[in-house]
Design a protein around this ligand. Sequence first.
Ligand SMILES: Nc1ncnc2c1ncn2[C@@H]1O[C@H](COP(=O)(O)OP(=O)(O)OP(=O)(O)O)[C@@H](O)[C@H]1O
Ligand SMILES: [Mg+2]
Length: 241
Amino acid sequence: MSSVAPALAAQNLHRAFGSGDEAVQVLRDVSIELYEGQVLLLMGPSGSGKSTLLAVLSGLLRPDQGQVRVLGKDLWRMREAERERFRLSHFGFVFQGFNLFPSLTASEQLEMVVRWGEGASRGEARRRVGEILERLGLGRRAHLRADRLSGGEKQRVAVGRALLKHPRFCFADEPTGSLDWGHGEQIIRLLQSAARDRGAVLFMVGHDPRLVPYADRVLHLVDGQLADETTPAPTPSEVPS
Ligand SMILES: Nc1ncnc2c1ncn2[C@@H]1O[C@H](COP(=O)(O)OP(=O)(O)OP(=O)(O)O)[C@@H](O)[C@H]1O
Ligand SMILES: [Mg+2]
């Protein structure tokens, strides 16, 4: 794998919050390389900096020091507008708080991405959205406003929204956090298939040890530094028979 160029290479990232005596150093000299088709799971205690690292790698939060090269481009040297376009074209996000529009229905949240993001026709948007909502087990909830959906249903809509555009990278912060494991497993399989079928990079933050077999690499963030990388055995369905 080392002969292939990484899709994302981050070097010597540092990030603090606050200033002076109040400053808290959250990331300390983090370097990481992500490759196409890889599922990476980032674990670590609450407050260890996992969401901060995800935000720095995905162009949402500027590091104090260090570099993030994505698809050969230096993310933090782009102008703001260029970085925003780059994010829209290549990155899908599932946030810890879901970030849905409360007054739009499940279908509307997703159709918006396809119609505005890609200029697709209404019919095309409906078809693609219908298909992904079925896969997420949300076919019968599609017409409900987000504020009427349960936490787990919102989370599934958020995952659908992130994958709809077939992004090269998917950044998912606790994507199975508020789900029972039946739905959690459905989500993780869907996210994993983005990597397996399309070569997307999946960078996922999670606590649940049941996510481990779905990852190619598991990293631990401890006191703002990466430690203990492991390579889990593949999930049973992936073992060639
Ligand atoms: N915008 C901010 N301003 C000030 N401090 C912040 C900010 N964002 C994060 N922090 C602090 O940085 C540290 C790391 O936060 P982060 O959200 O990255 O942790 P985490 O590992 O994702 O935790 P969790 O598992 O609870 O989601 C915490 O101490 C947090 O309080
Ligand atoms: Mg977090």
